[in-house]
Design a protein. Structure first.
Length: 277
């Protein structure tokens, strides 16, 4: 673990991404403590530009709501959807890939055809259709994005399992009579999981962008403040109050860049370890 941490800390992009993500996560978690106001409350005159009033450093929107408060609360929805969708995709994909790789035969063939069917439809279109039918809420959005993102982890997990199941320690586990489920979860899965985890950053970043796109189209959770919803609210005022869309857009870019940089550091640290193994 210490060796992995030292390899990660030797990656400048990984450290930069970790710092950005840590700041965003702290802001999202501590939002109720940092800000006592309601993000939906009308607190001042509308369309006050940034830095014009000390009390509202990022200005107010067309309804007189504090942009800074809404920006901070919007980070909660984006990060929650991003990481929760990644958990759903990794768990489902890893389980499906492990079962397919170990079972082989008709089970493997059937599961891989299901994976192919899901991969035909782009993730955003699948999420759009699912949310349109099931209704917009954060839980539904997480499930919808997870449904479009689990195929990558499934294929990678299957490829790793197909390689691992032929190794000596797995054959030894079969010889001593270990149950197939125990072999899968104790011998195969722990060794197949690290490469799959390298996909987390891509899935999280994609989920953040898809959630923002859904909110921009009016399919986000109506009870939550989201960056995509803020961008949509300001699109009709781009000439007179462009900051209403630019500020949440910068928050979105910061989150995605931080996630990608953090993922690059993780992949680099993992690849060095695998080369040494």
């Amino acid at each position: 673990m210490r060796a992995f941490a030292s390899r990660f800390l030797s990656s400048p992009e990984g450290v930069a991404g970790a710092v950005l993500l840590l700041l965003l996560a702290l802001i999202a978690v501590l939002a109720p403590m940092l800000l006592s106001g309601d993000p939906a409350a009308i607190v001042a005159l509308p369309l006050q530009p940034p830095f014009a009033v000390a009390e509202f450093p990022l200005g107010t929107d067309q309804l007189g709501r504090d942009v800074l408060t809404r920006l901070i609360y919007g980070s909660q929805a984006s990060l929650t959807v991003g990481f929760a969708s990644a958990v759903v995709a990794i768990v489902v994909g890893t389980l499906v890939g492990t079962v397919a790789g170990l079972a082989g035969g008709l089970v493997d063939e059937a599961l891989m055809r299901i994976v192919d069917a899901f991969q035909i439809v782009p993730g955003f279109l699948l999420a759009l259709a699912f949310v349109s039918v099931a209704g917009p809420s954060l839980a539904i959005i997480v499930i919808a994005i997870g449904l479009g993102a689990w195929t990558g982890p499934a294929r990678l997990a299957r490829a790793e399992v197909l390689s691992i199941r032929e190794r000596d320690y797995v054959a030894a586990a079969r010889v001593i009579g270990m149950h197939p489920a125990e072999i899968a979860f104790r011998e195969v899965l722990p060794n197949a999981l690290p490469p799959v985890l390298s996909l987390v950053s891509v899935i999280v970043a994609s989920a953040v962008l898809i959630e923002a796109a859904l909110s921009f189209l009016g399919l986000g959770d109506p009870n939550a403040v989201t960056w995509g919803g803020m961008i949509a609210d300001g699109r009709n005022l781009l000439r007179s109050a462009s900051f209403l869309s630019i500020i949440p857009g910068l928050g979105l870019v910061t989150a995605v860049v931080g996630i990608y940089l953090f993922g690059e550091g993780l992949v680099e640290a993992m690849s060095i370890r695998r080369r040494r193994m």
